[in-house]
Unconditional design. Structure first.
Length: 544
């Protein structure tokens, strides 16, 4: 019998998916409880059933393709699995809110930030536009968005990945829910803001008595935030208990495996004799700020402001910094996907003056893996069609069988079963989708790859596998990587040279060993403190 303080009680929950007349079991008789004001964590590798279990609470799965062969989910004594759609509509976003893992696909691209955050206040609280705006500004300020007044009219594509995630958090907290489901709530955030968001969530819990179901691959966050842990593997709970006990004395072999998993190995040695693949000189990306009736330019957002670097074959340049520092914009400029000023040379030839037609032949050799795999993979194409798309454009000489053979090899290279190539992106976990994105980039056998947060959506054990995979591919193909990340542990394992960015400029750069062991700039020291010691992260963030 559940305690009177039990807010949510899931009993023998199963989730099955029907595809092609066949049924596959994603969750197999999982049970868990959440007490009022408590934080419970679901941990496990991609595909273990964590997110599917959480989405079942709000009935957000793709019904009727998804079904519940067994189970009940009681919230305040009411079985949510048998509730009417009208009843669920009243609960969603008000009594139970959710922070999704991939904000770019969760936010409406056609609505401003003010409209999206304000909508939930108007629907559930009946606020007028003026009161909603005041509350929206308060929420945006709470979640760490600078100058929120200037962001009200912005659209999701105009924000960085971390800023989009903060907007999602603001939406979820708008109505002060009784239960917050946080699905990788800090995935897209840099380490200092991550610390602030976690502190914010803890403060709100104390203030409102809010309970939280935390789904994450970051065991450091689990240790800091959760009272109890459920460890999932292949749709089943293999171990559960108080957080301190799980971390100090894990009983199950799989739990022990998760505890030991982290990116290992050493980056390539710096070798200045290798040929230069990418070189920039005083690179700038300035976005105009226009005002007035005539839309005159009154100022600029200096996303990248005078960066110069050389990236050689077989080497990895890491670019780190907080959200909005210009990391991704730098990568897009190098690939000629945004307009820029300053010299950009690829294998000794200037490309900064080339138009899209002239750049097309070079796209085969210059590839990118984006931060959000679900947003960058077409939901209308199968995995095979996604991976072969570049071959259709760049290798028109290849016939169907040759392309199919190349796709098979690419999938095997990234650790995926080629038998799944005719399935669609939504049928894969977040980690598997990122492997598909890597396969799409590698199938054209590039010389240069821009990796934009390629491990941010992955659990720790899969992160380690992807780091090993990227290192193996680099050695095998002599690849040059531009690695953009807020995860400094992954940067340390992969990158031999690092640039630290803040407000579009480089505040410190040098050999990775020097940056990590002997940082000179206060901002760099704050980032490192936040990344490698969560206990001092909040103080470090505040100091900057």
């Amino acid at each position: 019998m559940a305690s009177t303080d039990t807010l949510l009680n899931a009993r023998k929950l199963s989730v099955a998916f029907n595809a092609g007349g066949q049924q596959s079991l994603a969750v197999d008789q999982v049970s868990f409880t959440i007490q009022k004001g408590e934080t419970v964590a679901l941990v496990g590798e991609s595909g273990s059933g964590k997110t599917v279990s959480a989405l079942s609470i709000l009935r957000l799965l793709n019904y009727p393709a998804a079904s519940h062969p067994t189970g009940e989910i009681f919230f305040r004594g009411k079985n949510l699995l048998s509730a009417s759609e009208d009843e669920m509509r009243q609960i969603r976003g008000d009594q139970i809110s959710i922070i999704f893992q991939e904000p770019m696909t969760s936010l409406n691209p056609l609505h401003s930030i003010e409209k999206q955050v304000g909508e939930i206040l108007r629907v559930h609280r009946g606020m007028n536009d003026q009161d909603a705006r005041v509350r929206v500004l308060e929420l945006l300020h709470k979640v760490g968005i600078r100058e929120p007044e200037k962001r009200l009219g912005a659209f999701p594509h105009q924000l960085s990945g971390g800023q989009r995630q903060r907007v999602m958090i603001a939406m979820a907290l708008a109505n002060e829910p009784d239960l917050l489901i946080a699905d990788e709530p800090t995935t897209a955030l840099d380490v200092t803001i991550q610390a602030q968001i976690l502190e914010l969530l803890k403060d709100l819990q104390r203030e409102m008595g809010m309970a939280m179901l935390l789904i994450t691959h970051d065991l450091g966050i689990v240790r800091k935030m959760a009272e109890r842990v459920y460890v999932m593997k292949s749709g089943k709970v293999v171990e559960q208990g108080e957080t301190a006990r799980i971390f100090e004395a894990p009983q199950h072999a799989y739990t022990q495996h998760l505890m030991a998993a982290e990116p290992k190995g050493a980056p390539p040695s710096i070798d200045n004799s290798r040929p230069v693949v990418i070189e920039t000189d005083n690179l700038k990306v300035w976005f105009p700020i226009r005002k007035g009736l005539l839309r005159r330019t009154v100022d600029h957002v200096k996303a990248v402001d005078g960066l110069s670097f050389k990236l050689r074959a077989g080497q990895t340049l890491g670019v780190v910094g907080e959200s909005g520092s210009g990391k991704t914009t730098l990568g897009l400029a190098v690939l000629r996907l945004v307009s820029s000023q300053g010299a950009i040379a690829y294998v000794g030839n200037r490309i900064d003056g080339l138009d899209s037609r002239a750049m097309r032949p070079l796209r085969r050799e210059m590839q990118v893996v984006f931060q959000d795999p679900y947003g960058s993979l077409s939901p209308r194409l199968s995995v095979a069609e996604i991976i072969e798309e570049g071959l259709l454009i760049q290798r028109p000489d290849m016939d169907y069988d040759q392309r199919r053979t190349r796709v098979t090899a690419a999938l095997r290279e990234v650790g995926l079963d080629p038998a799944a190539m005719d399935r669609y992106p939504h049928e894969f976990s977040g980690g598997q989708r990122q492997r598909i994105a890597i396969a799409r980039a590698m199938v054209l056998e590039p010389k240069f790859v821009m990796l934009d947060e390629p491990t941010s959506a992955l659990d720790m054990s899969v992160q380690a596998q992807i780091v090993d995979l990227l290192r193996e591919l680099q050695v095998k193909r002599d690849l040059a990587y531009l690695f953009i990340s807020h995860d400094l542990k992954v940067v340390r394992a992969l990158c031999n040279y690092v640039i630290v960015m803040k407000n579009g400029r480089s505040v410190e750069e040098g050999a990775a060993a020097d940056i990590f062991d002997r940082p000179k700039d206060d901002y760099t020291r704050a980032l490192l403190a936040a990344a490698f010691d969560l206990k001092v992260a909040h103080r470090a963030a505040t100091a900057t």
